[in-house]
Design a protein around this ligand. Structure first.
Ligand code: ZN
Length: 434
């Protein structure tokens, strides 16, 4: 397999790029349109038009214009994963992590970022762990990876999902991803300002306990509604993108929605009345099915194994109702808990729970872009948009599961630049993986 990994040098100007004779799924309407040319210049989509009808740049030549023959291939917008932890590994041993120097943890994230990009993800929202250095390093081209929005830390009550101290008070979670613990509306205003100071695009709150948290089960309450409101208000005042609420139990999800958070993460036990309110308010749901459906960790703590067994079936039922209720759904995997670099497996899981393949693609493109307030820039294949694109040999509308195999992603374009290109036919890749 020939795989070109183009070094990204932000200063260097990329040649214009013509994706010729592609079928285009634009991410918004999602009716595939065959036989289109997509012309990219200066990092943006200049035009999308029937094959052969575009006037090519006057000085066209191999250094000025690269042509990708896309006959039989489909071009989609670059995808979003709206819930990742690039600095966390699903197989990580907590003791090893505690004892590791910061540099090792950071450098281990370099291939994670690359594999996320290679899986077709051109924008990711990291919901705890990555600090602003990750975002800057990708933007500057020091490492290959998706553009990042970051939350840095989770805001949690004492004993809640972000409080990783031993009973004696020893922190088990230090460094940039450690939770911020507070216990009053004023305390959470301050915590919000603290993560904004560190460069947060999003504020992440623990509205309930969680599967892995040592003292706080998924059904347990996290921030009170008054505390959640204080965070939402301060987040608006500070002009961040929004508040993302880790919320698994029914009451905590409802409180977060009433308080006005922008996204519900997981949403496992969401009920009918809250779904209705989410629909009215336009609250986004990020169902993280990749994390929910992964096998319970073999050597995980017994409480986590028990919670996963206990909740899984009910959560799948509730989320199936949610996905077909019309609330806006954005793709997010919880990679870091779920495996990295297999992000688009989430598409098939969403389809299994009732989304159409086209709606699942929208969840990973145009809807995710809207949630992240980036829909003027990315998420659709349209003239004027930033050229973040994915080229695949599979037909995503008839075989959505195939997109979950990174070998099906032939080409990734980010900001008009080819950042991954492989000439292996996607079918061969799939046979090998099977
Ligand atoms: Zn998470």
């Amino acid at each position: 397999m020939e795989r070109t990994q183009v070094p990204q040098d932000a200063q260097q100007t990329a040649p214009a790029l013509l994706l010729r004779n592609a079928t285009v799924i634009d991410g918004a309407v999602n009716q595939p349109v065959p036989a289109l040319d997509v012309l990219v210049e200066h990092g943006r989509i200049q035009a999308v038009a029937p094959t052969g009808t575009l006037p090519l740049p006057a000085t066209a030549g191999p250094e000025r214009l690269r042509v990708l023959e896309c006959t039989g291939l489909t071009v989609l917008p670059g995808f979003f994963d709206c819930h990742v932890h690039v600095s966390t590994r699903p197989d990580a041993d907590r003791f090893d992590t505690l004892m590791a120097p910061e540099s090792l943890l950071t450098l281990r994230s370099v291939p994670v970022l690359a594999s996320t990009l290679d899986a077709g993800i051109t924008t990711a929202r990291d919901l705890a762990g990555a600090d602003s250095g990750f975002r800057s390093a990708v933007e500057a081209g020091h490492v290959r990876g998706p553009a990042l929005q970051i939350a840095l830390r989770i805001l949690s009550i004492t004993g809640g999902h972000g409080d990783w101290r031993t009973v004696g008070g020893t922190p088990l979670d230090s460094g940039p991803g450690a939770g911020v613990v507070a216990d009053s509306p004023a305390g959470f205003v301050r915590a919000t300002r603290e993560v904004v100071r560190e460069g947060a695009d999003w504020i992440k709150v623990a509205a309930t306990g969680g599967m892995s948290s040592p003292r706080s089960a998924p059904e347990a309450g996290g921030l009170t509604e008054a505390e959640l409101r204080a965070v939402v208000q301060e987040a608006e005042r500070q002009g961040v993108v929004g508040v993302a609420a880790h919320a698994q139990g029914t009451a905590g999800i409802a409180a977060a929605v009433r308080a006005g958070v922008r996204s519900i993460e997981h949403g496992y036990l969401v009920d009918g009345p809250t779904l209705q309110e989410m629909g009215e308010r336009g609250t986004y749901l990020v169902p993280t099915l990749s994390a929910l459906t992964r096998p319970a960790p073999e050597h995980g703590p017994p409480h986590e194994v028990e919670r996963r067994h206990r909740m899984r079936e009910t959560a799948l039922e509730r989320l199936s109702a949610a996905l077909t209720s019309g609330v806006p759904v954005a793709l997010g995997t919880d990679a870091g808990i779920a495996p990295h670099g297999r992000n688009l497996r989430e598409l098939a899981l969403m389809v299994r729970l009732g989304l159409s393949p086209a709606a699942a693609i929208a969840a990973g493109t145009s809807v995710a872009a809207r949630m992240c307030r980036l829909d003027d820039e990315v998420g659709t294949v349209r003239a004027g948009m930033r050229a973040d694109l994915v080229v695949t040999g599979v037909d995503p509308l008839t075989d959505i599961a195939a997109l979950g195999d990174p070998d099906a992603i032939r080409t990734v374009v980010r900001g008009g630049r080819i950042v991954r290109h492989t000439d292996v036919p996607s079918d061969a890749g799939r046979e090998r993986a099977a």
